[in-house]
Design a protein. Sequence first.
Length: 384
Amino acid sequence: MISDCFAALLCTAAAVSLHYPKNSFTPATESEEVRSAAIKRLLEVFGMDDPPAFHGHKQPPQYMLDLYNAVADVDGVTKDPHLLEGNTVRSFFDKLYSDQVEFSFNLSMVARTEKILAAELHLYKLRPQAPLTLNRHHFSQVSVYQLLDSSKTNFTQKKLLSSRLIPVHSSGWEVFTITHAVRSWMVDEGTNLGLQVVVRTLGGSQMDKKLIRFASGRHHHHSKQPMLVLFTDDGRYSNPLASKDSDDTAETSNLPQTPMSGPLSRSARSLGYDADGAATHCQRFPLNVDFEEIGWSGWIVSPKGYNAYYCKGSCPFPLGQTMKPTNHATVQSIINALKLVKGIETPCCVPDKLFSINLLFFDDDENVVLKQYNDMVAGSCGCH
Ligand SMILES: *[C@@H]1O[C@H](CO)[C@@H](O)[C@H](O)[C@H]1NC(C)=O
Ligand SMILES: *[C@@H]1O[C@H](CO)[C@@H](O)[C@H](O)[C@H]1NC(C)=O
């Protein structure tokens, strides 16, 4: 038993020393320095250098909340890994607040390294103001243009991005694909002169402005603001030390929603020992990461925290199939049991399946961002 605990300690010590070289903190400042170093390291895991400076009470766009709820469960764990092509979705509100149907979005928060997969303009169509009985049009042609540099000519230059027939009587969100424009803006920021929407009758003439109206950031409720939604991949890869199987998240639905059942009391299990003080076999235990305790609740919208789980327990000979041992671990446990070679410990109890989590948060510019992070939750444990 003693050698089992010792081995467990060794496994833990080895894992920790990979990331934290010996430090030279004095005892008095140690805890504060360790704390800030640890939080900085945690930010890096979430792909950030500094925590976003957002502490307001802005309401996130309903679209982003719905998207988050579609991809993630209450704990933030990815429930549908095939819903998103990339790992990042960003939303931007119009900065122009124009009375015309013109919009401009500041994309400075998008990293140069992000691969643009798709971009959409979301406009909220309001009900017609004029009585419909006087109207002989049932459809209108709505076209979205990218505004181009027209300083050298006397007329506005623009490029058609997307065009569609929309029923005059309808109301609600209309989505237009504007991927090409956003890609060109990412190449040269100076070309981002905004977007213009033109509404025509089916005959091609100007449409009565009272019939086809879109909500503007200036005159309408916050929940109906014009919005740009950007789907990207930030090129972050999962920790190479972790699972090689990049399709791990596909099995998220297998993730047990309740802690592993067993005959042990919660407190005994959380220590990794049973009631008699014997080390339990390798298994998974809850490990709650609370963003409020870490001081991040100001800028993280969801989740409030998540269960990362951790693996603990002994891996003694003989390793049964429930331990999911690698062949290497089986041989190591045999060598350990036979004491054929001195100093060979039992294998380590480590996560053998990892799941991704999702974070919905405000960035430095108060845009709401959804990001997926791989390998954040231990799905199961094994002796390796
Ligand atoms: C875009 O936002 C950034 C960060 O808030 C700001 O520094 C920059 O001036 C803005 N650009 C424009 C064109 O408003
Ligand atoms: C632009 O307009 C001005 C005055 O209306 C005219 O003199 C000039 O030739 C025009 N330039 C071009 C490029 O059409």
